[in-house]
Design a protein around this ligand. Structure first.
Ligand SMILES: [Mg+2]
Length: 395
């Protein structure tokens, strides 16, 4: 390996969580040595209300006092197999957070930004772009807040889309099918999908033909209803068809949908490891895979997924990131390192103070995230933000 000679010896571990809105918290871990190096990672569990911190603490115990020279030491020193990580979402989240923290610490010790560390680690030619294009996920801005439910009418979708376009985003994404959940009582297009289609039409009317509206279906459909929905989505102006069914649990159904669909099929946000994402592409299950830095193995694994898959199928990797600013930053380093062809997901307008959670502030402007110049991730979760909006603990 061309970049080596440094090691990180963690001796301390703590956790913090920022209260975002309603049930949403951004949860982070911090691994520290005795010399002022702190590596961080986000372990927010978006899908399952599970507590990942005790798993992190158990795994980190086997790292304490050891010389770590590579983020995969988290796996080796805990004797974990890829099969375990593919099957256990909680374990995959804990490992991804720890691998992120170790990569953050190692790149700080080497005094390079993580994007450069990733490229040097794998002899990647050339300089990475430090401005990372984002797409706006408007969905989380219309989830319940601390005062209760928020307007999710087609007009509200149109307003949020308008705001995103005024902020220079060229692509928006929404998850509009609140009312739909398979199985459905009638064959063909389910009645429960009609409100979702209205929301899409309203948003698309604002977004226009030269900009994109991506549609996430959160695995709410089944084979038959997804096939009936696809032409409707196309007519409504959708730019992609994300997870009509779960691609990891039901790859055969998704392959059939992809065969018959004209829209590109995206998904697999809960997948772990380059092997799984490669297989989904080789088996023609998806057009676009969506590794999430919090579940896929962290930024080094995300970089590997992007690098390997983009070389074989151009435009096939779009990182999933409906999460907090630390995760967006780690995703941006990985995405910039492999030279993404598709903008990176960014959950906009969830809270107005989002940028203040990091120190220095998260820097998003005109639809791009600017990577900081400092070594490692280049920012930390601000202790002031934790004091005002969250909590801190040890396990
Ligand atoms: Mg999704």
């Amino acid at each position: 390996m061309p970049i080596s000679g440094e090691w990180f010896t963690p001796t301390g571990l703590n956790f913090n969580a920022i209260h975002v809105r309603a049930k949403t918290e951004w949860v982070h871990l911090a691994l520290s040595d005795g010399n002022g190096i702190v590596g961080q990672g986000e372990i927010t569990s978006t899908q399952l209300a599970r507590d990942v911190a005790p798993v992190v603490a158990r795994l980190a115990n086997n790292l304490r006092g050891r010389r770590l020279t590579d983020d995969t030491d988290v796996i080796t020193f805990n004797n974990l197999s890829v099969e375990q990580l593919e099957e256990d979402q909680n374990l995959a989240t804990a490992v991804s957070g720890l691998r992120c923290a170790v990569a953050d610490a190692l790149s700080q010790l080497l005094q390079v930004p993580m994007v450069d560390y990733l490229r040097e680690l794998y002899d990647h030619e050339g300089k990475a772009d430090r401005r990372v294009q984002l797409y706006s996920n408007i969905n989380r801005s219309m989830l319940p807040d601390d005062n209760g439910a928020v307007d999710r009418s087609p007009d509200s979708f149109a307003e949020m889309a308008q705001r995103a376009m005024e902020d220079w985003f060229t692509t928006a994404k929404c998850a509009p099918f609140d009312e739909a959940r398979a199985p459905f009582s009638k064959t063909g297009l389910p009645r429960e999908a009609e409100m979702g289609l209205d929301r899409i039409r309203a948003a698309k009317a604002i977004i226009g033909l030269d900009r994109k509206l991506l549609v996430d279906c959160h695995s709410r459909f089944d084979l038959e209803s997804a096939l009936a929905l696809e032409p409707e989505l196309r007519q409504a102006g959708a730019g992609w068809f994300e997870e009509p069914v779960d691609p990891i649990k039901f790859p055969d159904d998704l392959r059939e949908i992809r065969n018959k669909a004209e829209l590109p099929i995206a998904g697999a946000e809960l997948g772990y490891g380059v092997g799984l994402f490669t297989k989904l592409m080789e088996d023609d299950v998806l057009d676009i895979v969506m590794p999430d830095v919090k579940f896929c193995g962290g930024p080094v694994e995300a970089y590997l997924i992007g690098r390997e898959l983009e070389a074989r199928w151009e435009g096939s990797v779009s990182m999933h990131c409906p999460s907090g600013p630390l995760s967006l930053l780690a995703s941006a380093h990985a995405t910039a390192a492999f030279g993404n062809k598709i903008p990176l997901e960014h959950a906009v307008y969830e809270v107005e103070w989002r940028h203040e959670v990091l120190e220095p502030f998260e820097n998003v402007s005109k639809g791009f995230l600017e990577l900081p110049d400092e070594p490692g991730l280049g920012a930390r979760v601000d202790p002031v933000a934790i004091a005002f909006r969250g909590r801190q603990w040890t396990e």
